[in-house]
Every structure is written in C-alpha cells, then in structure tokens.
Design a protein around this ligand. Structure first.
Ligand SMILES: *[C@@H]1O[C@H](CO)[C@@H](O)[C@H](O)[C@H]1NC(C)=O
Ligand SMILES: *[C@@H]1O[C@H](CO)[C@@H](O)[C@H](O)[C@H]1NC(C)=O
Ligand SMILES: *[C@@H]1O[C@H](CO)[C@@H](O)[C@H](O)[C@H]1NC(C)=O
Ligand SMILES: *[C@@H]1O[C@H](CO)[C@@H](O)[C@H](O)[C@H]1NC(C)=O
Ligand SMILES: [Zn+2]
Length: 531
C-alpha cells in the first residue's frame, strides 16, 4: 500500500519537473540615457508610534489594532537582499533600527555592515524618527536627527545623503534650509503637499524644485526637493505585500493565469503617465508603504520579474534604485528647476480637509515635550560641566524619549491615547534620570574650586518641577537653627535673561544672591548682593 503511493508521488513530480525550470531574472539594469528610467525604490514607512506604541510596532504585539511588526520587516529583508546583489532597500527610522540592531548576533551585524557598504541597504533621513515639521522646536528636530546620525556614523561610518520626510503633514521652510541644506543632504523628498498645489505642479511639471527655505541665506542654503505625484506608495496595482490584492507577476507557462504581457503593459502605461508630469526621463516609484516588507520576498520576487520582463520589452527601462541614485541621475541631466521659496503649509489632502487641527491638539503632551526639551538642554550642559562618564545616571534616556516624541504621530497629537501615554511615560522616566545628573552636577559646580571632572559633592539638590502649584518641599525647611538653604537658578541660554523667579515662601534670616557664570566649565563668581 505505502509503496504504491510513493510511486505515484514520484511520477507526479517527474511530470512537473519536465516543464518548469529555474528562471534567472536579469535585475542588473542601470540607467539607460535613451529611455524613461523607472527607479524602483523599495522602502517601508515605519511610524515610531501611532495606533500602537513604538515597542508594540517593533515586536508586533497588539496586532488586532494593526497588523504591523517591524522586526519581521528587518528580519526578512536581509535574506532577500542576499538573494540578489542588485536588490536595494532604504531604511529610515533609527528608533526601530537600533532596537533591531541590539537584538542581532555579531554574525548578522557583520552581514548587515556588508550590505550597507555595498550600497544594497542605504540609510535615508537617518533620524530616530521622521519628525513633524510644524510642531517641534527646531532644536528638537536637530537633536533627534543628530542622535540617529551619530549612531550610523559610529556603527557603519556612513552619513545619510537624502532627506526623506514622506509622511509629515506639510513641510516647513526651516526643514528645507536647516535640515535639508545645512545638514548637507543632497536632496529631500516628501509625499504630502496641498492637493490643489499638487494638481497645479503636476500640470507645470514642478513637483521637483530647488527649494530656498531661508530668505536671508538664499541660494547658499538651497536643496533639490521633490514632492511625489500621489503619495509615498507604489502606483496602483503594484503592491506586493503578502496579503495585497495587486496581480502578482505570473510567468510560469505551466500554471494558469499567465499574465506577463498584461503586467508589462500596466507598468509601461504607469511609467509614461508619470513621466508626462516629471522633468527629465527619470521617475521614482516608491515601492512600499506603512509597515510593509514583513515578508520582503513577495515584493522582491515581483520586482525582479518586472525589471526582467519590462526591460526585455524595452519601451521603458526599470531598475532597482535608491533616492541617492535617483538624485545623482537628476543632477547629471543638468536641467534647471523651478524655484520654491516659502513653505508647504497648511496641508489639505482634499476639499475641506485641512490638517491644521494638529497644531494644537493634545496640548498637554505638546507642553510636556516643550518643557522637557528645555530641561534637556540644561541637563546636557550640566552633564558636560560635571564631566560625562559612560555610566548611569545620564541624559540618554531623556534624549531618546524626546527624539521619539518629535515623530509625526507623537507631538502632533495624531496618535491613540495609549500611545500618547507611552510618550509621556518615556519622557517621565528620562526626566527622572536626568534630574539626578542635574542635582549632582549642580552640587559639583557650586563646590568651591570646582572644574570639569570634579568629584561627587555631598550637597543634595532637589528640584521643584511643581512650582506651578507652589509645591517645593525643599524650600519649606526650617532655617531658624543656623541651617542654609541654597537655591540655584540655572540659565541654560547663551545670553542674559530677566525673569521673576517664584518659589514657596520660607523663613530666612538673611538672603545672599550670587551671580555665577560658568565659563568653559569653570565657575566664576561675579557679584554678591546682600539683602
Ligand atoms: C541584463 O540587462 C541589462 C540591461 O537591461 C543588459 O545590458 C544585459 O546585457 C542583460 N544581461 C543578460 C545576461 O541578458
Ligand atoms: C493594546 O492596545 C490597547 C489600546 O487599545 C492597550 O490598552 C493595551 O494595553 C495594549 N496591549 C498590550 C499588550 O500592550
Ligand atoms: C500628458 O499630459 C497631457 C497634459 O496634461 C495630457 O493631456 C495627456 O493625456 C497626458 N498623457 C498621458 C499619457 O498621461
Ligand atoms: C503642574 O505641572 C504638572 C507637571 O507639569 C502638571 O502635571 C500639573 O497638572 C500642573 N498643575 C496645574 C494645576 O496646572
Ligand atoms: Zn507616518
């Protein structure tokens, strides 16, 4: 009985093998000067918190809210890239990448370093998150970008070349000159601009511009900036996530539903339509969207086939690309571009749909982020004065929490309540640790003859974050028995300021006010005022 069945299976396999054979796809295409070049840019857009928290997105929990797991994306990406050296991918959000990196073996890390240095995997934008451009303070935008870039420089020796703000809800001139031109990016791409502006720009072929964000800096701070024709997704019909409903490329003649010519025709038509609204013969297809590539093979399998058959057809040229390759191709054409000088605000994605409410929603979170940002600036300076050591407590947790909070679904207020709570919780944890750094640094600085690297002082400084409700236990000390209360007010700004400082009343026999300036970590006592 068993033997008979086995023979049946062997025969069946024999029949199938006789027809189907292993197919090598030619994915090696580069740029073809004489054709429309379709730059396929495989990417994923991973929100650093939105409907789920950043950690839930990373590990893939709470999938009933949204089926999204960034760990799957990065895990499946590596074998997909190794399977064909022509395949490329860009990765953006360092908050996720760092979580994943820390989970990898040394072997995996060394393989990742190889695909990064070969250019198969390119880091784009490179901040911890893709920050919003309307709500964050520009210092926070710089800080969160720096934090991500520093990691990439240290681990991979690379600096991202391209700005990639594909989802934020409008774009600021500050972003253009400060985080575009001044950071040294070669170009800057985004998805969301006003729907009427987009229609006009398509007609005028002015989606891609030279953007001069600063009136005073003018052409010394300009950047090549491109808005996408629709959004940051593929043209319709070219979604290849494992559960997507776009027709997959079926090129096996032995199976039903062979569709190569149809798919090639769809591809060519979509390419010609986009070329019709774009200057030069280079167009970009953003192959991916939110939390895609959880099973990266489905995308690459279909793109391999498209590149192979489209190029065989020959009407247009399809290639694996990145925004860097695309930018270089645009520069190489030495065409001139329309100029853009102001910002892309406010943003409406259709009639009567202005995304301006988010400028003020979740005011408590916005307030908390801003207060923490100011505190972080002071804490970081004090940490430096004391001498930064690679030990706890330090200001890293606060830096990290603040970075994540600049995300375009964080400080903007567009996230779910439990996610907003998560950002606040991280800030609170970061603050609690930074408070210890501030206390010991102040103690150290106010010790006489202090300088960088001073030892641990015994003065215990307490901070009063609840002065808004006149609550400060430290100032309620009974001073009638010859005890001293030292109040330190630290100005983290680089200039003098005049402020009324209020704290709960305490009984004091006399008050000494010292004006102290810290110059290069050395304290200079300036004047003594006796009251
Ligand atoms: C693969 O495609 C490229 C460009 O599309 C072409 O130059 C090359 O000759 C092709 N290679 C093979 C082996 O067909
Ligand atoms: C899943 O999300 C809900 C909010 O809808 C939250 O209350 C819950 O704690 C989350 N579950 C986990 C395991 O984090
Ligand atoms: C190209 O653009 C013109 C003008 O907007 C339009 O009339 C024409 O239909 C477009 N062609 C294609 C192939 O999309
Ligand atoms: C005082 O500030 C704290 C922390 O910022 C806040 O939680 C609290 O609601 C504030 N109290 C009042 C009365 O505004
Ligand atoms: Zn997003």
């Amino acid at each position: 009985m068993g033997v008979v069945e086995l023979i049946g299976v062997v025969v069946l396999l024999g029949v199938l093998c006789a027809e189907s054979k292993y197919m090598v796809y030619n994915t090696s295409a580069g740029i073809d000067g004489g054709k429309i070049n379709v730059h396929l840019v495989p990417h994923t857009h991973d929100d650093v918190g939105w409907l789920k928290t950043v950690d839930q997105y990373y590990v893939g929990s709470n999938n009933s809210i949204q089926g999204a797991c960034v760990q799957n994306v990065l895990d499946s990406l590596l074998p997909a890239l190794l399977a064909d050296k022509n395949r490329k991918f860009i990765y953006v959000e360092q908050a996720f990448f760092q979580r994943w990196w820390r989970d990898q073996s040394e072997l995996t890390q060394s393989i990742v370093k190889k695909v990064v240095s070969s250019g198969q995997l390119e880091f784009i934008n490179g901040g911890m998150c893709m920050h919003d451009e309307a709500v964050p303070h520009y210092i926070d935008m710089i800080d969160q970008t720096t934090l991500g870039h520093r990691f990439l420089k240290e681990e991979f020796g690379v600096t991202p070349r391209i700005g990639w703000q594909i989802d934020p809800f409008g774009h600021s001139a500050v972003q253009a000159y400060l985080l575009g031109a001044e950071v040294g990016f070669d170009s800057f791409f985004f998805g969301r601009i006003d729907y009427q502006d987009r229609i006009k720009r398509k007609k005028e072929r002015s989606l891609e511009v030279i953007w001069r964000g600063s009136k005073s800096l003018g052409s010394s701070a300009q950047i090549f900036a491109g808005a996408f024709p629709e959004n940051y997704e593929p043209p319709s019909g070219f979604y290849f996530e494992v559960n997507a409903d776009s027709p997959v490329v079926q090129d096996n003649v032995d199976l039903f539903d062979y569709n190569v010519q149809d798919r090639v025709n769809d591809f060519v038509a979509a390419a010609i339509a986009q070329a019709n609204i774009t200057r030069t013969n280079h167009i970009m297809w953003t192959m991916g969207t939110d939390f895609k590539y959880q099973y990266a093979h489905t995308w690459f399998r279909n793109m391999d086939k498209l590149i192979h058959y489209v190029n065989k057809d020959g009407r247009v040229n399809a290639l694996y690309s990145t925004p860097s390759i695309y930018t270089d191709a645009k520069y190489a054409t030495s065409k001139s571009w329309p100029l853009k000088v102001d910002d892309y605000f406010p943003y409406a994605d259709r009639a009567n749909a202005y995304w301006t409410g988010y400028y003020t929603s979740r005011p408590a979170l916005k307030f908390y982020v801003r207060i923490m940002s100011g505190y972080y600036l002071a804490a970081r300076q004090l940490e430096f004065f004391k001498g930064r050591r690679n030990s706890r407590p330090n200001t890293d947790a606060l830096a990290d929490a603040l970075a994540i909070a600049q995300h375009h679904d964080a400080v903007t207020g567009t996230e779910k309540q439990h996610v907003a709570n998560d950002y606040a919780k991280r800030l609170s944890i970061g603050y609690t640790e930074a408070e210890k750094v501030v206390a010991s640094s102040l103690a150290c600085l106010t010790d006489s003859k202090s300088s960088i690297g001073c030892g641990d002082s015994t003065t215990n400084f307490q901070q009063c974050p609840l002065l808004n409700i006149t609550y400060c236990p430290a100032s309620e000390t009974d001073l009638s028995h010859g005890k001293n209360l030292i109040v330190v007010i630290y100005n983290s700004l680089g200039w003098k300021r005049e402020d009324v400082v209020r704290f709960p009343p305490f009984i004091f026999p006399q008050l000494l006010v010292l004006d102290i300036e810290v110059v290069m970590g050395v304290m200079v006592r300036k004047k003594l005022i006796k009251i």
